[in-house]
Design a protein around this ligand. Sequence first.
Ligand SMILES: NC(=O)c1ccc[n+]([C@@H]2O[C@H](COP(=O)([O-])OP(=O)(O)OC[C@H]3O[C@@H](n4cnc5c(N)ncnc54)[C@H](O)[C@@H]3O)[C@@H](O)[C@H]2O)c1
Length: 596
Amino acid sequence: MARDFSTVGVVGLGTMGAGIVEVFARNGIDVVAVEISEPALERGRVTLAGSTDRAVAKGKLAAADRDALHERVHFAVGLDALHSVDLVIEAVPEHLDLKQRIFAELDRVCRPETILATNTSSLSVTEISVATSRPNQVIGIHFFNPAPVMKLVEVVRTVVTSPEVVADVEALCARLGKVDVTINDRAGFIANALLFGYLNHAVGMFEAHYATREDIDAAMKLGCGLPMGPLALMDLIGLDTAYEILDTMYRRGGRDRRHAPVPLLKQMVTAGLLGRKSGRGFYTYERPGSPVVVPDEATPLATEAVVADGARAITKVGVVGSGTMATGIIEVFAKAGYEVVSVTRGMEKSAKVCEAVKTSLNKGVVRGKLAEADRDAALGRISWSATLDHLADVDLVVEAVVEELSVKKALFASLDEICKPGVVLATTTSSLPVIDVAMATHRPADVVGLHFFNPAPVMPLVEVVRTIRTSPEATATARAVCATLGKTGVVCGDRSGFIVNALLFPYLNDAVKMLEASYSTADDIDHAMKLGCGYPMGPFELLDVVGLDVSLAIQRELYLELREPGFAPAPLLEHLVTAGYLGRKTRRGFRDHSHR
Ligand SMILES: NC(=O)c1ccc[n+]([C@@H]2O[C@H](COP(=O)([O-])OP(=O)(O)OC[C@H]3O[C@@H](n4cnc5c(N)ncnc54)[C@H](O)[C@@H]3O)[C@@H](O)[C@H]2O)c1
């Protein structure tokens, strides 16, 4: 018969512990909440009260239920208060020796049948368990931050955890309304193993001044639909905790350099910049513990200020190309009120592009998102041409032709001859170095990358790529143009993958490696990232949508440019591509889509 968990203990009421207390108490379970000192206990009490008050204010919890919830929690200093609980979850800082000491003490204090669980993110549950005389009753119950919100729990069994204990804990997770994935004891389990390389990489980008904190975060939110950017997430996790997790993963997970904590992290922790909990991390918060970001000296100026900062006036825009991206970009500019000159390689192609733009605008009308008059006005602003000569008087050119360097270079050399001085010349390349294209002209200072996402009319992000030769005015112009298009332009350096692909694809590749190592299933990995980290799609769903061939090509580029051994494409990805399993477009990728 399944165990009845009527009272549980939680040790450590920090970022995670306070949330875990709330999860249990909300679900009718009595909690003994333990801290190391009176002040720490008081902090935990305040955190719990703040969180439940916010839930009441948002209408997610009735005031009476909040009061009942608080009555179920008994606060105490010291582990002795845990003598008669059915389960203990430990959530103290991520140090093995501290956790081992606590488990040895819990083993002494708790009843023999009590299950002892750790919320560790990266330490070995097995090593923690051997500090007790009951390793078969020790298990990992890894909640996600914030615990009351995130649906996922990773249940970690060691080689000695008894199957009954695993089953009882799985049943408990269901009772808490959580979805569990049960896995073996490996550094970072599923979610953190995939997440922390990405987070550390983002910190590295910030440290290298590759892009600002706002731009890195906006890129991942708007480009990938993530609930928060990586630096804001680091602040939420806590930089001290994140540092320890990375450090442990580096040591336990095969010394992958991508897990070696970026030096800036250590400096910030030493300086007491721990993230939200200390009121300052990558961002500054209203007060310690508050989720509200306030402006500080690094907060960028508003767009109007950028315009004043040397941005050039743009009224007429040339778009070169006739593919999906060019078509979308023509529509975006025309809708935003710009005069657009579309140049293709022949009037037949122009006619096709014109049809595609009309169809897309009509869809907007049918959906009630665009007035007929606005559609007609947008179409009226576009002129169609098959010769570059018509770009002689435009203020900005956006090139969106085939992704081949020789073709782009030849085109930019022609633009250099045709366009008037001061024009901003932009390439939409997603993988070629912008500087190569810029150097095909005699005006590299005016060349930028404008990396739109597909479909351009829908996706809110544009990466503005500045090369080492791009002028501040050209960058400011590009950014101001993005704002008038209703898009967020994030500025980044000229490196393979810019921001989004450089952070996204290695993570997807790591997921493939995890599957290949048989650590977990595609379904569980997808679940873990969606329910544990709030991703809109799991990595395998996304790979099948993007296309495995496209993903492999991007990953290869990253690997070739950055020579990071951890970026080497997963052999399984290469094999699937060779086998012609490219994702949804071939009806088979990581999953079989033939019946959908
Ligand atoms: N922060 C996250 O996003 C996250 C997510 C999942 C799991 N975890 C894991 O949860 C655990 C706790 O992390 P956190 O971020 O909540 O840390 P934290 O620093 O916010 O909180 C730790 C708490 O433990 C208390 N503590 C320290 N020693 C103690 C002792 N001897 N007895 C009782 N209490 C003690 C501290 O006073 C503090 O309140 C770590 O193992 C971490 O890896 C963290």
